[in-house]
Ligand binder design. Structure first.
Ligand code: PEP
Ligand code: MN
Length: 357
């Protein structure tokens, strides 16, 4: 599937910034002037806010579109806002919003995405599509396809993290493997990191922004407010234009590649070694599964259950301890071993139940 770029390729990352919500005309204009001085590419502000609970600030509505138009005309920065319904799309288009974005709570619902797609039919405007709230890559890709089918060619993805159970350091866990897989499946899709909604706090914003750039992201979306502590929504994660400017200047942009022959040669050499190790890992996993098949046969003839909790705990504990001496995190070892164990159980189960395929 082919996508036209939403953003022209430049040396530095594409910078999208602005308040979580447009609150007042003065707040919008002050933020926009502050950000103009920092050199951003696109000004963001939520006009209709999807809130988890009723009673929160649900956005100023259409009046705010007039303020965005003023930003565009007086400050000279293109603007973007979130749309979730037909009416949002029509209003935003009427006010000359340059780029639309679909929020995480909309991407999650194919009915809503289809409604937005239908409203966009025959319109030529770039659309940014945030990942759905839950860690479902197909749903994200499905939303992208729905918008593309409406005839929109300039589409980019926005990675804003995923809601996962339990406490983590993130408001929305980045689960980097999902956007990486998205990029693998849709290589010409530009991707932006909304680190504000991933972090949910100020002190980790720079680190996550840098991580996104290290992974080759095309740009960043950041929530910026002139007086962050007083923001009407997402106060904890917003920063002032000055703090934003400083953060951006301290980021290191990464190039996708280089023509430096020495560098390419060394990289090639390292990659060859990685490929060889991967090959060995696969061979070892195959051998391990063949052993699992044998154990399955053996358990079957002795009528023993597949799952042996004490054995599994022992394997896990030993591996986590060993992993630590090799510089491998406990989470990583657990994730790998769980996947291996699951496959092992599937093999044994097949053998014990005489499934041939
Ligand atoms: C936002 O960008 O302010 C917003 C509501 O984000 P998300 O859809 O990622 O929650
Ligand atoms: Mn927000």
């Amino acid at each position: 599937m082919l996508f036209q770029p939403v953003f022209d390729k430049i040396e530095r990352p594409i910078l999208i910034a602005g308040p979580c919500s447009a609150e007042t005309e003065a707040q919008v204009m002050e933020t926009a002037h502050g950000l103009k001085a920092q050199g951003i590419d696109l000004f963001r502000a939520g006009i209709w806010k999807p809130r988890t609970k009723p009673g929160g600030f649900e956005g100023v509505g259409t009046v705010g579109l007039g303020w965005l138009r003023k930003v565009k005309q007086e400050v000279g920065i293109p603007v973007t806002t979130e749309v979730a319904t037909t009416q949002h799309v029509f209003e935003a288009l009427k006010y000359g919003v340059d780029v639309l974005w679909i929020g995480a709570r909309t991407t999650v619902n194919p009915f809503s995405v289809q409604e937005v797609a239908d409203a966009l039919s025959g319109v030529d405007i770039p659309v940014l599509i945030k990942n759905p709230v839950n860690a479902d890559l197909k749903l994200w890709m499905g939303a992208i396809e729905r918008i593309q089918k409406a005839g929109i060619t300039r589409i980019a993805a926005v990675h804003r993290g995923f809601s996962v159970p339990g406490e983590t350091n993130f408001r929305n866990s980045p689960l980097w493997q999902l956007p990486i897989e998205l990029k693998r499946q849709m290589p010409d899709l530009q991707i932006v990191c909304d680190h504000s909604h991933i972090c949910g706090r100020r002190d980790t914003l720079a680190r996550i922004a840098q991580q996104a750039l290290d992974l080759g992201y095309d740009g960043l979306m950041t929530e910026v407010h002139p007086t962050p502590d007083e923001a009407w929504s997402d106060a904890e994660q917003q920063i002032t234009p000055l703090v934003y400017g400083e953060m951006v200047r301290n980021l290191t942009a990464r190039k996708l590649t280089t023509s430096n022959a020495d560098f390419l040669k060394s990289l090639d050499f390292l990659r060859q070694q990685i490929d060889e190790l991967d090959e060995r890992l696969l061979q070892l996993l195959g051998s391990r599964m063949r052993l699992a098949d044998q154990i399955g046969e053996y358990k079957k003839s002795n009528n023993i259950s597949i799952y042996q909790p004490s054995r599994w705990n022992e394997i896990l504990e030993q591996a986590v301890a060993k992993g630590a001496t090799l510089g491998l995190s406990g989470e990583f070892i657990e994730a790998v071993l769980k996947a291996v164990h699951e496959e092992s159980i599937a093999h044994q189960s097949k053998v014990m139940n005489n499934v041939t395929a």
